[in-house]
Design a protein around this ligand. Structure first.
Ligand code: BGC
Length: 839
């Protein structure tokens, strides 16, 4: 276990860490190593289940005679760390169900008595399927779609809740709503797969009560619980939910519930408690409520709502009406001809239905589904819909926002905002490709290209570390990384699983990216075996030629030149892409190995990377520096991955710039080339051309969707065509973050903040103005504190305001000026002055 020392513990300071454990106070003293951000390893004995430790820190500043006061205590409480400490078994309904058909979700519950006052109580909880727990009629926690999606046979996350305040002396009731979720619901494209992990739907819960006299009570799910049908009639992540309010007994999870014959003893199931793990990231929660921007009543009585923002979540309705009245909500990202355009949803019906009880006003929101939408159509609304009767609730993994960017061009600001919204819509427990159609899968390539952007915008390290753990679990014995994780076993289109460049490279590149951004070497270490197995596989596939030129590849997926029905048929040789990625991954694996002190591996992969780059040049680059595939993606790869000789670089950069200009700076790259092209142009001396690409508004371009009113990043440049019609291809999502990976370039090059040592303990402040932009500001909350940079153009140069946190140092490099070293604090720099001083 590690802790980060509080901000302010910077260079050359000593600290004392005081850990109060039951076993006694442990004091640790140390010295902060230079500019290293200190992570203090757990001293001595490992934590034991349920243990509470109080941590305080005090700091001895350089030269000070007295230490600082002890910091505010933080309390760390361990979960259930030993499998033997789990008594709970999965419990669910015991009625007959057809496992191949839609099944009505169950609720489970248990009445119990507490005969003494309670000191404190914890609930450890998970499920096969999804759950929401109530105790005595009150919801426990506020997370949605718990326990999220992991490779359940190996890892099922449980959460710990402090439920002391939910309990009462005397009679109590605990109950849980259950949903199918990923465990047994229908998931995956082409009709999907049912029962991916099992046919049961069950709760795993352990309530541990400590009375004020120190005695304890453990109440775990077992055969004494009962199950009954609830008011949810059907529920699916893609399909939506149907709820019959007439069937809801508001007392169902309180001791005053009526006894009914519907409630029968549960059936118990099995779960190896060794697979129950604590989460490493925050849960999915509602993070924002968005009121409708407009509500239109159509002639036939339907209501069409526009929320003004393409988002991911669900509607909450407050409605009153006659018993049995049926309200149906359909969702879509765009309209066509004034109606919801649902074709892009493919087989996801994304429809929620509420049947009213006639018992007065009701506030309702579906529980176990999410939709990607900007528009909703509501049929059957009784009476008049008032503006506050419907709210869109936005859901995603509740990560801390850490990155911001803004500049003088409002279209670029909207583009950036769209990237943020696409990240929010697709960081829903796992990083998904899209949130609306019958897919929503953890596509590895999408995340691989987007991770640098994501890790600037949000603290997503816990969530991605968890997902990478699953990527490693799904890695095949030969090293193959699946296209998406978790894998849906038996999905015909992607079976057998084959290795693919750019997608599989998530194994090497993403741990490295996260290490650079968050500075945790433990993460690098954890995913090292996966990274190695991936590169070793590609090394075998390529053989002595070092060219990976066999097998299935997606290439530069969704190159705009590819036909709508064959997005892999781009203009760049797919084996060129594969070999470039092989060299790039081998290079990053060598860096990883060196960082981890694996010297022999570091040398092996360094040589491998070099040999692969040599082979790449021999096969795909002419002596003069032109690529055999004369496409922007080919040049972008060769330049951005550093695969060319110095001499070839210039020629390749010039040719890339020419290709871009020949196309009038419209995008001619897909998933692989798009994230790299601006860097390739910038670093080969064509910053102006990179800005031409960025500021182009004709299709295909980053700003074209913005001019079409986009509020998220689209999967295709022309998901909607200039005439307002939808792209006819099967991949027409309006919420796909991959092409938004350009935001990383906005942060680093336009804004000017780049991490040059892990965790931003060293930063380059290197803004590169252009494109008619007169000011820009960006800010990132690093593990050390906030780094910010704001620049504006002056008559003769630039003025820069920069902020560098404690424990971190920066090098400012303004255009035309020599580098300046900056320590912690606020700095104002003027490029005209700096240049004059240097002259
Ligand atoms: C997904 C992509 C993914 C691709 C690869 C699509 O269906 O939406 O984003 O990377 O398939 O084939």
């Amino acid at each position: 276990m590690t802790w980060t020392l509080p901000p302010g513990c910077g260079f050359q300071e000593a600290y004392e860490l005081r850990l109060d454990r039951d076993a006694g106070t442990v004091l640790r003293t140390g010295r902060v190593q230079g500019p290293d951000h200190v992570l203090v390893a757990w001293p001595g004995e490992p934590l034991i289940s349920r243990e509470r430790v109080t941590v305080r820190v005090r700091v001895w500043s350089a030269g000070a005679e007295e230490p600082s006061a002890w910091s505010e205590p933080s309390v760390v409480e361990a979960g259930l760390l030993e499998p033997a400490h789990w008594q709970a078994v999965p419990v669910g309904a015991d009625w007959d169900e057809d496992p191949q058909a839609e099944r009505r979700p169950a609720r489970v519950r248990k009445d119990f008595r507490l005969d003494r006052p309670v000191a404190h109580a914890r609930l450890y909880v998970s499920a096969h399927g999804l759950y929401e727990v109530e105790i005595n009629g009150r919801r426990v926690g506020d997370e949605a779609l718990a326990p999220g999606w992991t490779v359940y046979p190996h890892r099922l996350r449980y959460r710990t809740h402090d439920v002391t305040g939910h309990l009462a002396q005397g009679a109590n009731t605990i109950g849980a709503w259950l949903g199918d979720g990923w465990y047994r619901g229908v998931y995956g494209f082409d009709g999907g797969t049912r029962n991916i992990y099992g046919t049961d739907q069950s709760l795993i819960a352990q309530l541990e009560v400590v009375y004020d006299d120190g005695t304890t009570l453990v109440l775990a799910t077992d055969g004494t619980w009962t199950a009954g049908p609830g008011p949810i009639l059907t529920s699916g992540l893609y399909a939506g939910e149907t709820y019959d309010a007439r069937l809801h007994d508001p007392d169902w999870s309180t001791p005053s519930h009526a006894d009914s014959a519907d409630w029968t003893p549960v059936r118990t199931h099995t779960r190896d408690p060794a697979t129950l793990v604590a989460p490493s990231g925050p849960p999915v929660r509602c993070t924002e409520e968005v009121p409708p921007a407009t509500v239109t009543r159509l002639d036939d009585g339907r209501h069409l709502l526009d929320f003004g923002q393409n988002l991911v979540g669900r509607l909450r309705l407050t409605v009153d009406g006659p018993e049995g009245a049926k309200i149906t909500i359909r969702h879509a990202e765009v309209l066509q001809g004034g109606e919801l355009a649902t074709r892009p949803l493919r087989e996801a019906s994304a429809t929620d239905t509420l049947i009213l009880s006639g018992q007065g006003p009701l506030t309702w929101e579906p529980r176990f589904t999410l939709h990607g939408f900007r528009y909703a159509e509501i049929t059957g609304w009784p009476g008049k819909m008032t503006p506050d009767s419907v709210t869109a609730r936005v859901y995603h993994t509740d990560m801390r926002r850490t990155g911001w960017f803004e500049c003088s061009n409002p279209l670029i600001n909207r583009l950036h905002e769209n990237v943020v919204w696409s990240m929010r819509g697709n960081f829903v427990d796992i990083p998904t490709d899209c949130p609306q159609r019958d897919e929503r899968l953890g596509w590895t390539g999408d995340l691989q290209v987007f991770a640098p952007t994501a890790s600037y915008l949000y603290d997503c390290v816990g969530m991605l570390d968890s997902w990478l753990t699953d990527v490693a679990l799904e890695q095949l014995p030969d090293g193959t990384i699946p296209w998406y994780v978790p894998v849906i076993p038996g999905e015909p289109m992607w079976t057998p699983i084959q290795p693919g460049a750019a997608w599989g490279d998530v194994a090497t590149l993403t741990p490295w990216t996260l290490y650079q951004r968050f500075g945790d070497p433990g993460l690098l270490r954890r995913h090292y075996p996966m990274a190695k197995a991936w590169v070793d596989l590609v090394e075998r596939l390529a053989g002595p030629s070092r060219l990976w030129d066999t097998g299935f590849q997606l290439g530069d997926w969704l190159d705009p030149a590819a036909p709508p029905d064959d997005p892999a048929a781009g203009r760049t040789d797919r084996y060129l892409v594969a070999t470039a990625y092989f060299a790039h991954s081998a290079h990053h694996l060598a860096l990883t190995a060196a960082e981890l002190g694996e010297a022999r591996d570091a040398e092996h992969y360094r040589v491998l990377a070099q040999e692969t780059a040599d082979a790449f040049r021999r096969r795909y680059v002419t002596a003069s520096g032109h690529m055999t595939s004369d496409s922007p993606t080919a040049y972008a790869l060769a330049l951005a991955f550093g695969l060319l000789t110095q001499q070839q670089r210039q020629a390749a950069g010039d040719r890339l710039a020419q290709l871009v200009l020949d196309d009038d700076a419209r995008i001619a790259t897909g998933f692989v080339g798009t994230p790299l092209i601006c860097d390739a142009l910038t670093e080969s001396g064509h910053l102006d051309v990179a800005y031409r690409l960025l500021t182009q508004t004709e299709c295909p371009s980053w700003l074209y969707p913005v001019t079409m009113g986009a509020t998220t990043i689209w999967e295709r440049w022309d998901s909607m065509r200039p005439d307002g019609t939808l792209n006819p291809g099967g991949m027409t999502s309006f919420n796909h973050y991959a092409l938004g990976a350009v935001a990383d370039w906005l942060h680093r090059v336009v804004g000017g903040i780049t991490a040059t040592a892990p965790g931003y303990r060293e930063v380059a402040l290197r803004p590169r103005p252009g494109g008619g932009i007169t000011w820009a500001r960006t800010r990132h909350d690093t593990p050390y504190g906030t780094v910010s940079l704001a620049w504006e153009t002056t008559d003769s140069g630039l003025t820069v305001h920069a902020e560098v946190p404690e424990g971190c140092r920066a090098t400012a490099e303004l255009p035309g000026c020599p580098p300046v070293l900056l320590g912690p604090g606020h700095h104002v720099l003027d490029s005209t002055e700096l240049a004059a001083r240097a002259a």
